[in-house]
Design a binder for this molecule. Sequence first.
Ligand code: AMP
Ligand code: MG
Length: 492
Amino acid sequence: MTQEFAPFSFDNSFVRELPECYERWQGARVPDPALVCFNLQLAESLGMDLTLAPDPRLPAFFAGMLPAQGSEPVALIYAGHQFGGFSPRLGDGRALLLGEVIDNQGQRKDIHLKGSGRTNFSRGGDGKAVLGPVLREYLMGEAMYALGIPTTRALAAMRTGENVHRDGIKPGAILVRVAASHIRVGTFEYFAARGEFEVVEQLVAYSLRRHYPQRQHDPLPAMSLLEEVSKAQAKLVAQWMGVGFIHGVMNTDNVTISGETIDYGPCAFMDRYDARTVFSSIDHQGRYAYGNQPGIARWNLARFAEALLPLLSTNEAEAQARAHGVLDAFAEDYTQAWLEVFAAKFGLVDTQDGDLDLFMDFLKLLGELNLDFTQAFRALSKSLIPGDDHGIVSLSGQDSASLESWLERWRLRLAGSSPDKVQQRLLANNPVYIPRNHLLQAALDAAESGDMMPFEQLLKLVSHPFTEQEGFQSFALPAPDDFGSFQTFCGT
Ligand code: AMP
Ligand code: MG
């Protein structure tokens, strides 16, 4: 008898402790699962037996077709507000949780598949994913991770050997992703909408134990969880804003309790600064535009608070008051987090009165001068001394009196700090390389036709976003004018 396949030491607390929140399931059979990308460093941190990396059973396991020791695949149950409307039953329609492992930092992590076939939650969908969007999620997650932003990460991308119908025939693929957990606001909403508050209560207790253990013995657990999720989301969205990231589908089923970014669908990084920027082809109203993200995060938290309401107090008015207290705190936490993120981008170690105006005036100028967000911030490191040819003034290519006068205000604000330290902070907080839409698109197009080189090259650059690489200057530039207006599509 062959030995059982055991790539990881699984320990499945969600399956053990939350029996109402999933259905046991198996991946669909696919003709020829094969690894396209494998994140060796991440695999190692998850305690994977790396002698099994070349094992032909690994792709079959990652497709959800081959059982492994200790893995108990399940489809997760959740609901969600999508573009403002409530869908009472979403769930993993093309995804499976394979199990949990404890990583080498002692953190519990989910190993999860996307594209593993139909489940009882698929509704009209085919349960599949295709190569372009799978690689897009792979690269976006790794870029965010390297930028220091909480995120799910890709462990592997696979081809399935299948042809999948999307706008034409596309190569089928599966993403293997790793997350602190897959518990979402929508998980709570599902049970709250059915009036099953004993499950909501179990979810609260489990989430606190797993993500905010310092608060697990608090007297009012639902309130503690609401507060922690609010703080985590405030910080997360402030970090998105700091790199010009637009999630694109901030529905409550895509809002994690852990505070990680999840579900890279039609997301993108803003190029020219404009708070109204939207890339997603399905976001006709601009609901999830760059500048709307903090307000939407608060809206999503309000849905979370609603799902927890009966657990916040037995007295409804008191429960409402508590929920409003957290939502008010969210606005303050977000503003504070935003100020901290942008202070660092401007080379500052602290914030003081007047900084908000200073920062906002800069952003306004970026908009007026039609400057690239990432490039402009990076150029600040060359703008500390008046008259530097490579600084931000050289980017604007037009009458820049307003920019010069803003730079004077900024230099005054920096006066007293060591120029070397400021320079270091500017370089450490303003990336050179982000997944620019035109570069990513070209890399995905090449990958679809079998050439993985451009993808691997881009992945390497965005994995070290703050380090300039010789010979890759063009990767730090905005798209050429003929790239046109970019749109992202949800058909992951
Ligand atoms: P997402 O847009 O990826 O966050 O997914 C929203 C919901 O749609 C989830 O319940 C997914 O499982 C489901 N879904 C998305 N694409 C498919 C598909 N191709 N087949 C089945 N379900 C899908
Ligand atoms: Mg989702």
